[in-house]
Ligand binder design. Structure first.
Ligand SMILES: [Zn+2]
Length: 253
């Protein structure tokens, strides 16, 4: 009797483990991660340099290849072929630590990232300059728009919205010669009117903060992302987040 109970428990344990392993196994969806600061600040938006580097090493060891948002858009729309395990690393707001702290780690690990800058804040204290953005671009990084002023787009009128989108794109064009730009919504807020204006003002793709992975056929102006906050339990936080993303995708949520 006792033996039978142990056997039942083992079978149950194996079944639960297999389901969890299947849910967490790599799916064909493509992850896009969102960072803000790299450094030792106090709030949750800061990921330390050491944790960031550990995360990149982990991704590399798992066979991931970093691509840009523009490359993701091309791949998802079927115009180009993507590498086997693509991933996109994005940074919002254009803080100066992106240049000072994130860039050296990325270069050391042979990886690329996309930086969404608030064009009206470039060169102000705490933000990267246009010269720094140009250097990052020359080293393989992608620079995109995060509007001119970082207003919540759903809270301003259409005229102001258009000024934010067109204005920031023109700043990218005049300062960095970027003609077809990519975009990230401030605070992740988006709406059909924003999507329409993004197409009209010459953008190729846009990131939201809807959580999930990206598959071919998805809306290129509503790219899903997953935020990476400060790690509380080292690499475990990060591994758990990737596992969770895969699980959501497996369950098609
Ligand atoms: Zn932002």
């Amino acid at each position: 009797m006792k033996r039978r109970i142990i056997l039942y428990i083992l079978v149950l344990f194996a079944a639960v483990f297999s389901v969890l392993a299947w849910l967490g196994s790599a799916s064909s969806g493509i992850p896009v991660l969102t960072y803000h600061h790299i450094g030792s600040g106090n709030d949750w938006l800061y990921v330390s340099e050491a944790d960031f580097e550990k995360q990149l090493v982990y991704l590399r060891e798992r066979g991931y290849t970093t691509i840009s948002v523009a490359e993701l858009a091309e791949g998802l729309s079927g115009r180009t072929k993507l590498p086997t395990r693509p991933i996109v690393l994005t940074f919002d707001d254009g803080y100066d630590d992106n240049y000072q702290a994130a860039l050296p780690v990325l270069l050391r690990q042979g990886m690329r990232a996309s930086f969404f800058v608030v064009t009206g804040k470039m060169g102000q204290p705490g933000y990267m300059s246009w010269a720094q953005a140009a250097k990052m671009r020359a080293q393989g990084m992608e620079i995109g728009s995060h509007t001119v002023h970082h207003y919540t787009l759903t809270e301003i009128n259409l005229k102001e919205m258009e000024r934010e989108l067109r204005g920031s794109r023109l700043m990218l064009e005049s300062n960095l010669s970027i003609t077809t730009a990519v975009f990230a919504n401030p605070f992740g807020e988006t709406a059909p009117a924003v999507v329409e204006l993004l197409e009209k003002t010459g953008y190729q793709a846009a990131c939201s903060s809807v959580v999930g992975l990206n598959r071919p056929g998805g809306n290129l102006f509503m790219i899903r992302r997953m935020s990476v906050p400060r790690a509380k339990f080292g690499l475990w936080d990060f591994r758990l987040r990737l596992w969770w993303l895969n699980m959501l995708d497996r369950l098609e949520l």
